[in-house]
Design a binder for this molecule. Structure first.
Ligand code: SF4
Ligand code: SF4
Length: 369
């Protein structure tokens, strides 16, 4: 395993994202398949992965407790990152309430890396500033409950720069970035800006919810087959000096094995100009066929009316690559179809990609129903 610096600590270039563990019931994100997941976690630790990224809300709030159970006596061998669910913080007391609950769930006396989760301009103005969350982070750090403070981010580049600049004590940030999303949200400009300002950067969604591991044939054709599509996606990130850790939410033991084997070769400046131009042309193909930028994070689930929101978008996206007839056949198998959306917009208030879910459900129902 290769290691880089994150806030002065040595961390593996591959981080284990704890939001996509295998499930025993695919319709219920709380039903983590513990046996399979523990095997994956233990294998990762034994092969040098020392960074585990969870959050209060992952797996319907089951991820943190499960991670503690899975780590057991290996807690001392790893760094735990978790996040304050900023959209659930309503009063000044909530910060301590959530943090104390997270310490209990994680069965630990400190959290190595603590993030304000999914910051955007609106949350900064309505929650972070009025409820003095930066002061609270610094106080928790002084008390030893948190070792390092940072934030994860979903908004535009201007909001990103404002958030970086609002707090001189940030040590790191977490961005959505990959060879497709170079101009999306913070993008490449944000990555370079954060690094110049002294923040270490963690990358999330390196495979864009799996789309870059199994890309559409038009995209795959552009990629040199000497590496797998997933390997190209990871190498694009590890190639950059600004990147400390690339997170991967792994669901299969094969993913863990493959990603570790890629990480063992990670180097800064490992890609040539020809490689980077090839990835640019793959991006151009991807942009021609992308319909909905859903990353299958499942923050929007459960839908109170039973829709499988990411599953519906996946089928809709396939209509661009496999044709409308094939997608309509898959759509017909969905137990709850897009026309059952009641436009309550509960999902839209938490979607980090700002997808207009209710509008799209209407369109999907018209196109595939
Ligand atoms: S807007 Fe539609 S898809 Fe979203 S939570 Fe409400 S019913 Fe479900
Ligand atoms: S619709 Fe948004 S919140 Fe739901 S899975 Fe997709 S990206 Fe995540």
């Amino acid at each position: 395993m290769k290691y880089r610096k994150l806030a002065g600590e040595d961390v593996s270039v591959l981080g284990f994202g704890c939001m996509r563990f295998p499930l025993t019931d695919s319709s219920d994100v709380k039903t983590i398949d513990k046996e399979k997941s523990i095997e994956m976690i233990r294998y990762a630790i034994d092969h040098g992965v020392n960074y585990f990224d969870t959050a209060y809300v992952y797996h319907g709030e089951a991820s943190e407790s499960f991670l503690a159970e899975a780590l057991g006596d290996r807690r001392k061998d790893v760094k735990i990152a978790t996040k304050l669910p900023t959209w659930m913080v309503k009063t000044e007391d909530d910060f301590d309430r959530f943090l104390d609950e997270q310490l209990k769930r994680l069965k630990t006396d400190h959290i190595d890396f603590y993030l304000l989760h999914a910051l955007d301009r609106d949350r900064v103005e309505k929650t972070v500033k009025p409820l003095k969350l930066i002061e609270k982070l610094n106080r928790a750090k002084a008390e030893g409950k948190i070792k390092h403070i940072g934030f994860s981010f979903h908004d535009d580049i201007n909001a990103f720069k404002e958030i970086v600049d609002m707090n001189p004590d940030w040590e790191f940030c977490q961005l959505q970035f990959n060879y497709i999303n170079t101009y999306y949200q913070a993008g490449l400009e944000g990555l370079e800006y954060a690094y110049k300002k002294g923040l270490n950067v963690i990358i999330m969604e390196p495979l864009l919810g799996g789309k870059l591991a199994n890309p559409a044939p038009q995209v795959r054709e552009k990629l040199d087959p000497s590496r797998t599509p997933a390997e190209w996606a990871f190498d694009y990130l590890w190639n950059r000096e600004e990147v400390s850790i690339t997170l991967s939410g792994m669901s299969l033991m094969d993913n863990v094995r493959d990603n570790i084997s890629y990480a063992e070769k990670a180097e800064i400046n490992m890609l040539s100009d020809a490689d980077l131009n090839m990835l640019k042309s793959a991006r151009a193909e991807f942009e021609k066929i992308a319909l909905v930028p859903c990353t299958k994070c499942a923050y929007c689930m459960p839908c109170p009316f039973g829709l499988d929101i990411p599953g519906t978008f996946e089928i809709y996206n396939r209509s661009a690559t496999q044709g409308v007839i094939a997608a309509s056949e898959m759509y017909a198998e969905l137990p709850v179809k897009a026309d059952k959306c009641r436009k309550c917009k509960k999902c839209e208030s938490v979607c980090p990609q700002s997808i207009k879910i209710s509008q799209l459900m209407e369109k999907i129902s018209a196109d595939l129903g």
